[in-house]
Write a protein that binds this ligand. Sequence first.
Ligand code: SD4
Length: 318
Amino acid sequence: MKRRNFIFDIFSVGLMSSITTRLKANNLNFSPMVRSISTWKTTEANFIAGSMLDKGIDALEAAVTGVAIEEENPKNTTVGFGGAPDRTGKVTLDACVMNHLGDCGSVVAVENIVNVAKLAKDVMEKTPHVMLAGKGAEEFAISEGYKKINLLTESSKKEWEKWLENEEYKPLINIENHDTIGMLCLDKNNNISGACTTSGLAYKMKGRVGDSPIIGSGLFIDNKIGGAVATGLGEEVVKTVGSFLVVELMRQGNSPQDACEIAVKRIVSSNSQKNKFQVAYIAMNKNGEVGSYSIEPGFSYMDYVNGKNKEIITESAF
Ligand code: SD4
């Protein structure tokens, strides 16, 4: 059975009507609009998440299932299986999740486990902690029944071996060549949750961790206001606690679009050189309005709303 059919089958009938009945019974007053947005051209991942939301599935479940598509995609060299390794040849993954209650979970520098966003959700739900790192995270995954898998594909290995010939590490990221997936979902209960998952920068130093698993940097949700996720050069996102900043800017009354622009310009104002690096944010507020902005051109995101899944090209500072 094809993966997509399989997922549709699991949702089967009935969920939506039971949610509607519950809402009517509780006399809740909100729009049942659903929306899912995700960084880069992550078409199928966003479609799966959006379809789940349409079926009445909870925002966090939708986000974690959606990003798993990229974690399992060997062609995406910035996420999960097939991710580019660090300079010692090890693929190490970072991920985090945050839900509408303000709960969060995160895993950093995890080896041999593919679905690290789900693992971050398990850390949140099944442990007394928020973050697990390295071997501890891997051992927790194994104890939860995750399979141990070598994440280095033949093609990523070949690329890395080519890189070893010069061992030239350029902290300048190729702005067209990274596909970390960060996703924000708004469900039928008007709750926002999000997930972010990455293998980080190709040929990073052993032990390097970027923004993606850091709550407030790679991802932040405040269910009263909205949520934001970041992609790009994590070091620069961390310096401004970027996703938290975007949400705080929305709290002050800015639209998601303006909030992303202000947060990007805060980074640009202390790094004036064009083509130095890429950082991009996507954001969504409680009304389901969305926005996005990047430093350099070339960034796009996926937007699922009203049953349609479209790629949106983002405006940039340069
Ligand atoms: C990191 N922010 O590890 C990630 C990289 C990224 O698309 O977004 N790549 O710094």
